[in-house]
Ligand binder design. Structure first.
Ligand code: HEC
Ligand code: HEC
Ligand code: HEC
Length: 467
């Protein structure tokens, strides 16, 4: 028998012997939590709801333990619940007092559970049946989430009524040193960075192909097949770390990797630096832009990183909608977005619709069982970096901007098209089987995320545009 069904039986047995008030009541040992109302009425209302219905699991140390929590199995399960719950959402004292801010990620997760009716968990509600969220309380939480989001600098460009959305428009202009951008662009497209002068960064991150190679896995020098799919470089600056498993802390650290990776560009940095120094154009550029350091591994990767920060694909149709052009989206695209807010934006949130967290591939259903085939090393995901069992099969949430161009999908390139990727996401992350109409709407919405680079829709870029 499963542990959870055992718990239900146990609780039912306890319920027969204990007065109801005891069962629902507090054990009385823990001090009550003082809710300090924050700057607004919405915040005060929201924290009141948290205190009444959420802190049992989401505020370790501040918990009101129900009486059955003392029973051996229940105690163990409660402890597990508290551990799992606070890993996802920590309602800390600082948050209550208004000292700490709610991150866009936390707000996205909260909106997700409110729209999904998934909190408090069903098993808990079977004992605390008065604790489910009422329609009014859900509205209160949504109102407060909207209020929090309007404070984010990311939402500044959104039209007034859409400032509370989980997705914000990409900036139309980024302030960067244009000369460094242009130097980085040249380096990004230069095959001198590879061991046999055949590959550049752009070989696998082609800017006319959505910043990818549109292949299942990457092909390195001498035709070597790599173990993993190439993610896009467009909007990569929105990632909390780089690579599927987040092993590089930023774009500069990332750029050092492929050059020296024997199965990618297969070069030695010392040799690359020597080769680049022979090029007069580079000599002049590095002397003027990096007068102190000159041409080194660090300055080469810095210029590439600055260039990558310019790869922001603004002005997609969805961004125009967020900026106030209500008619630009079709009814199907809007329906897809509404569904996205229920099922997807707890993870795919923020201006790039991702990049803000590591999440398990297969939260609700075993993805690797569904996919079949042998488990590979890269399937372990974030675990490879932290060696923590809790991170097994966790991956950085990919950004979804320009997603129609970055096929095939997932770290293993297993989904050939967008409809397949959406179907798999619904199944493994939410245990939902979408109807064909829902899939079509979600795909239609995702295609509104295709943006512009150098003033042109990226679907229309040719090789000369990106040089
Ligand atoms: C009985 C314990 C319990 C209570 C009470 C509870 N939660 Fe949770 N919560 C969990 C657990 C366990 C998880 C992590 C696993 C999961 O998502 O099911 C979680 C996860 C979450 C998440 C993260 C969802 C995500 O996207 O990963 C949010 C947000 C959340 N809870 C909000 C709430 C809110 C709001 C309330 C009160 C209305 C609440 N919870 C009450 C146990 C609880
Ligand atoms: C042989 C193909 C290949 C070449 C050449 C290559 N990359 Fe990549 N790139 C990949 C693959 C595959 C990954 C994912 C690897 C992983 O996560 O383990 C990746 C990841 C990245 C990422 C991280 C994106 C994200 O979402 O995490 C960036 C940024 C990037 N590459 C930039 C570059 C730059 C800059 C160069 C040139 C210095 C370069 N790449 C050369 C294949 C390549
Ligand atoms: C629990 C967090 C979570 C939720 C919810 C979620 N995703 Fe994802 N999504 C991920 C992660 C993590 C990956 C990368 C997994 C991998 O490659 O193994 C991913 C990958 C994707 C990809 C492929 C991206 C690429 O570049 O290869 C698409 C498309 C996608 N998700 C769409 C959706 C849609 C649509 C929904 C809602 C139906 C959704 N996701 C819900 C976490 C989530």
């Amino acid at each position: 028998m499963k542990k959870k069904s055992l718990l239900i039986l146990l609780l039912a047995a306890v319920a027969l012997f204990l007065p109801l008030s005891n069962l629902l009541g507090l054990s009385g040992e823990n001090e009550p939590i003082a809710v300090i109302s924050g700057s607004s009425q919405n915040f005060a209302n929201a924290t009141q709801i948290f205190q009444n219905k959420c802190v049992d699991c989401h505020s370790p140390g501040m918990t009101r333990m129900p009486i059955y929590a003392k029973l051996p199995i229940a105690k163990q399960l409660m402890a597990k619940d508290i551990e799992n719950a606070s890993a996802r959402l920590l309602l800390s004292k600082q948050l209550y007092s208004g000292e700490a801010t709610f991150s866009p990620l936390m707000l996205g997760r909260l909106e997700g559970v409110v729209r999904n009716n998934s909190m408090p968990p069903a098993l808990y509600l079977s004992m605390h049946w008065t604790d489910s969220l009422t329609v009014d309380e859900k509205q209160t939480l949504l109102d407060w989430i909207i209020e929090e989001r309007t404070k984010l600098s990311w939402s500044q460009d959104s039209t007034k009524v859409l400032k509370g959305e989980p997705v914000e428009p990409l900036p139309l202009k980024v302030d960067l040193d244009v000369q460094k951008v242009s130097l980085g662009n040249k380096l990004f497209h230069d095959t001198l960075l590879s061991g046999d002068n055949t590959l550049s960064c752009a070989s696998c991150h082609n800017l006319t192909k959505g910043g990818t190679d549109q292949a299942k896995v990457a092909t390195g020098i001498k035709g070597q097949q790599g173990p993993i799919n190439s993610p896009t470089v467009y909007n990569a600056m929105y990632n909390l770390a780089q690579f599927w498993d987040g092993r590089a802390k930023d774009l500069q650290e990332q750029a050092a990797g492929p050059v020296a990776n024997p199965s990618e560009m297969g070069a030695q940095w010392d040799t690359v630096v020597e080769k680049l120094k022979q090029v007069p154009e580079y000599q002049t550029a590095f002397a003027s832009l990096y007068a102190q350091q000159g041409l080194t591994k660090e300055t080469v990767t810095d210029a590439i990183a600055v260039f990558e920060q310019s790869l922001v694909t603004a002005n997609s149709r969805f961004d125009q909608y967020l900026r106030g052009n209500n008619d630009i989206l079709t009814a199907n695209e809007k329906a897809g977005y509404e569904l996205f807010k229920v099922s997807c934006s707890s993870c795919h949130v923020g201006p790039a619709l991702g990049g803000l967290s590591f999440e398990k591939m297969g939260v609700k259903y075993d993805y690797f069982k569904l996919r079949g085939g042998q488990l590979t090393d890269v399937d372990k995901g974030r675990f490879n970096v932290t060696k923590d069992e809790k991170d097994l099969h966790f991956f950085k949430v990919p950004v979804l901007r320009n997603i129609e161009l970055t096929l095939p999908y997932f770290h293993d390139g297993s989904a050939a098209n967008l409809a397949d990727a959406v179907r798999v996401m619904g199944k493994v992350q939410q245990n939902k089987s979408f109807t064909d109409l829902e899939i079509n709407n979600l795909v239609a919405f995702l295609k509104t995320l295709t943006g512009e680079y150098k003033g042109k829709l990226i679907t229309q870029l040719n090789n000369d545009d990106v040089k």
